[in-house]
Structure formats: C-alpha cells, structure tokens
Design a protein around this ligand. Structure first.
Ligand code: NDP
Length: 299
C-alpha cells in the first residue's frame, strides 16, 4: 500500500516581523512553507532570511509574491498604513492583528472592496506557544468560511484554529471577551497578593493555592451561561446574591484592615449591590451582566 500523496506546503507572505510575526514565520518555515516576509523596519525581516525566508523590500512586493497574505502588525491602523495603495486583487488576506470587532468588520469591507477575500483572526497565544502543538495556543478565525476551509491546514501550522462564524467581527469579539475576563482575573490576583504581601506568607507558597482556587471556580461560568440562556438568574443558584453581598463586606473590611486599596474590587461589588437593591437577592450575580449594558432599562 502506498501513502496518499500530500499537497506540498503552500507558499505564503507574512507582513510584520515583530515578536508574533517572527514566531509565525518560524513555524511556517519549520513546516516547509516557503515564506516571504516584509517588515517596516527591514532589519527585523532580514534576521529571518538566514532561516530561509525571502525578504521583500516593500509591502506591495510581499503581497504580490503570494496569494495567501498574513498580516500581523501592531494594530488596525498599522494594517491600513502598511497596505495603503497596495493592490490586493485576488489575494487571500488573513489579518492576525489584534483589533476590535468593528475593526474586523471595517477591514473586511475594505479588503473585499479591493478584490481580496478576508479572514480576521485573534491570537490566543504568546510567541513561545506558536509552533508548539502541545502549548494549547490557538487562533480564533471569522469571515469567509470557504476561505477558512481552503487554508485551514496551513493556518493550523502555527497554532490551533477555532472558526467562530461568517461575521468578520466575531474573531475579535471572542478574543477580546476572553482577554477582558483574563484582565478581571488578574485584577483579583493582584488584590490577593496585596493582601498577603506584608504578612508572613510567602507568595510562592500562596501561588499554588490561588491557581487551584481559580481553577476550581472557573466552571461556574457554565451556570452563568445557562442562566443567561434561560433568562432566569435564579436557576440552580448555589450562593445567592444577598449572601454574596454580605460576604463582600468582609472582603472590603479585610482590605482596609490589611492596608490594601479596594479599588479593584469596588466596581464589581458596587454592581452586585445595585442588582440586590433592585430586588434580586435570591438570584445569582448573573444580573450584573445586564447592568453592564449601556443604556439598559431596569427590569
Ligand atoms: P511587536 O511590537 O513586536 O511588533 C509590531 C509590528 O507591527 C512590527 O512588525 C512593527 O514594525 C509593525 N508596525 C507597527 N506600526 C506599524 C505601522 N504604522 N506600519 C507598518 N508596520 C507597523 O508586536 P507583536 O508582534 O507582539 O504583535 C503583533 C500583533 O500580534 C499585535 O496585534 C498583537 O496584539 C498580537 N498579539 C501579540 C501577542 C504577544 O504576546 N506578542 C499575543 C497575541 C496577539 P517595526 O518593526 O517597523 O516597528
């Protein structure tokens, strides 16, 4: 029996040789893809020539070299700046630059008007995770499903892929929602370390307790999701809001006693108090999601 012949790795272009762009280029080179790279500051791209990349002198030259073009630049404005006046006709532009959902939608319309197919991406990894299949890193993609299906194998080389819909804003929406949750989590982590810092508790002894506790609490998000989908925030309540708000007073008093500012906690505890004051003491804290909606009318 002979092995089924596999397609040769397709050539592609990467715009941007920053920390992330460089990691992407290396992963595709390691998998045998011919890579053309362009960077605004040439030295960063030239460093990759020794590893087998072809360095383009201009973004236009890089775009014309291959049908599949990956952009990984600082922000959406830098994508606009790099590609201003560049002919995108017939190109498949995959934008892995972090942006907002609106950036993704606007950039998709912009690329389509220039004759390109477009996918937006949100990278859920840091550079050392790129090209390491066991790292757990992945990229959210949204936009043309046909384009994603066509390039899925190539896109899967540097990191896992998660396609989240035709709406080109959805990759950024998922990316930023996860990053926002992470930001809140790290706010809590900072507060916790501040509480123990001046006591006889070694941060390195406390860290595993903290990591395990956050891991144990994380599955609570599934109940929140179920309550939101049912529109019933009293479904399956384990610790009701009245109890949680009473407990918050202890958190705030402890902060004061320990000489720690409660400024990372009070925006959240304040919203919990508001939802309680609106008569939802028997529910979970899920109603805070509603309070965050700008222009919301009270239920
Ligand atoms: P770097 O700061 O290392 O690189 C930024 C890149 O953008 C460089 O190639 C830089 O070129 C280029 N650039 C900046 N401004 C312009 C401009 N006006 N015109 C053309 N090129 C420009 O950032 P990263 O590589 O780390 O990040 C790239 C993208 O990846 C960002 O959107 C980031 O949010 C995302 N990302 C990064 C992660 C990380 O941990 N690093 C994690 C997940 C996503 P020059 O060298 O000339 O300055």
């Amino acid at each position: 029996m002979t092995d089924k012949p596999t397609a040769p790795p397709i050539p592609l272009t990467v715009l941007g040789a920053g920390a992330m762009g460089t990691a992407l280029v290396r992963a595709w080179l390691a998998a045998g893809h011919p890579v053309t790279v362009w960077n605004r500051t040439p030295a960063r791209a030239e460093a990759l020539a020794a590893e087998g990349a072809t360095v383009a002198r201009t973004a236009a030259e890089a775009v014309s070299a291959n049908r599949l073009v990956i952009a990984c630049l600082l922000d959406d404005a830098s994508v606009g700046a790099a590609l201003a006046g560049v002919d995108l006709t017939g190109r498949d532009l995959v934008n892995l630059t972090t942006g907002t959902p609106a950036d993704g939608r606007t950039r998709a319309a912009w690329a389509t008007a220039r004759g390109a197919r477009f996918l937006d991406g949100g990278i859920m990894a840091v550079p050392p995770m790129i090209g390491d299949a066991d790292s757990g890193g992945y990229v959210f993609y949204s936009g043309s499903s046909a384009l994603f299906a066509e390039h899925r194998d190539t896109l899967a080389v540097p990191a896992g892929t998660r396609y989240v819909g035709e709406d080109p804003g959805f990759a950024a929406l998922h990316d930023v929602a996860l990053l926002s949750a992470m930001t809140g989590m790290f706010a809590g982590v900072s507060h916790a370390f501040a509480l123990i810092r001046r006591e006889d508790v070694a941060p390195k002894d406390f860290a595993p307790l903290l990591a395990d506790w956050l891991t144990a609490m994380a599955p609570a998000v599934h109940l929140t999701a179920e309550q939101l989908e049912r529109g019933d925030y009293s479904h399956g309540v384990v610790s009701n809001l009245a109890m949680q708000v009473a407990g918050n007073a202890t958190l705030l008093r402890t902060a004061e006693e320990q000489g720690v500012s409660a400024e990372l906690l009070t925006p959240y505890t304040g919203l919990m108090e508001r939802w309680l004051a609106e008569g939802h003491g028997e529910e979970d804290g899920t109603g805070v999601v509603e309070l965050l909606e700008v222009g919301r009318n009270p239920r």
